[in-house]
Design a protein around this ligand. Structure first.
Ligand SMILES: Nc1ncnc2c1ncn2[C@@H]1O[C@H](COP(=O)(O)OP(=O)(O)OP(=O)(O)O)[C@@H](O)[C@H]1O
Ligand SMILES: [Mg+2]
Length: 266
């Protein structure tokens, strides 16, 4: 049984639609109610266009809520807040700033005093294994390093909640695997609540405690799955028959939905 008092994010009856030029309305999310627990690693999984980013941006307060409510322990979400940090898919570092300047920028914006900001920048650069690259510009780093810098920038301000939109989507398979290991370790060490958007079933099963599977047009929650696997190294997890069985089960659910979405409305 889940304990409601441990809820870190309460999403109730959220609906969201976009109006296209010409007036056509797209219902991106419908009837979304979901409780995410403190310290939970929660994955949002579903085919392209099912509203994963929309839901993440609503939790982040980056787009205004149209219907329903989203609450964190800091209260009702009405806009961005320091308790919610976001990592975008496309390495949103400032290209004209070095790694360290990028991280300091976030800390200064969050009102950390100069000395503490310097210390934290150093600490988080170390945490994501970028020591030695403090003064490198994003263009001088690999994609994986840029993404680690973006994660450090977000983690350094110590948000309770980490929102991640396909953060490893653009990485090669090997870097992706390393980043998955690192993220899981960071989350266990820092006890963040993580909402992680992905369309990669294996990634969701590897990382998440629970997975929300969303169906497209309109985006709804189709399944809420407790992963329930023992946390081990990625290699050991991949070798578990339970891991394969769980991934295949989830893959079938996602595939059925993607196929019915491609067929369009009956
Ligand atoms: N700014 C916008 N204006 C109009 N429609 C939008 C806008 N953003 C998203 N949509 C529509 O809302 C739906 C959900 O989009 P969203 O980006 O949330 O999906 P997603 O699950 O993140 O997809 P992907 O996996 O491709 O990133 C889609 O049908 C999309 O076309
Ligand atoms: Mg998206």
């Amino acid at each position: 049984m889940r304990d409601a008092s441990r809820s870190a994010i309460s999403i109730e009856n959220v609906q969201h639609s976009y109006v296209l030029r010409g007036g056509k309305e797209i219902i991106a999310l419908q009837n979304i109610s979901l409780d995410i627990q403190a310290e939970e690693f929660h994955a949002l999984l579903g085919p392209s266009g099912c509203g994963k980013s929309t839901l993440l941006y609503l939790i982040g307060g980056f787009i205004p809520l149209q219907e329903g409510s989203i609450r964190t322990r800091s209260g009702e979400v009405t806009g961005p807040g320091l308790e919610r940090g976001i990592v975008f898919q496309n390495f949103a570092l400032f290209p004209w700033m070095t790694v360290k300047q990028n991280i300091l920028y976030g800390l200064r914006k969050a009102n950390f005093p100069r000395k503490e900001a310097e210390d934290r920048a150093r600490e988080f650069i170390q945490l994501v294994h970028l020591t030695g690259f403090e003064d490198a510009f994003p263009s001088q780093l690999s994609g994986g390093m840029q993404q680690r810098a973006a994660i450090a920038r977000t983690l350094a301000v110590d948000p309770e909640i980490l929102l991640m939109d396909e953060p490893f989507g653009a990485l090669d398979a090997q870097t992706r695997r390393i980043m998955q290991e690192e993220l899981r370790a960071i989350q266990q060490r820092t006890k963040k609540t993580v909402v992680f958007v992905t369309h990669d079933v294996q990634e969701a099963v590897l990382l998440a405690d629970r997975i929300t599977i969303m169906s497209p047009r309109p985006g709804r929650i189709s399944h809420l799955i407790e992963v329930g696997l023992e946390r081990q190294s990625v290699e050991d997890m991949l070798a578990q028959p339970e891991f394969t069985a769980k991934s295949e089960h989830i893959w079938r659910l996602v595939k059925d939905m993607a196929e019915s979405a491609m067929r369009g409305p009956a």
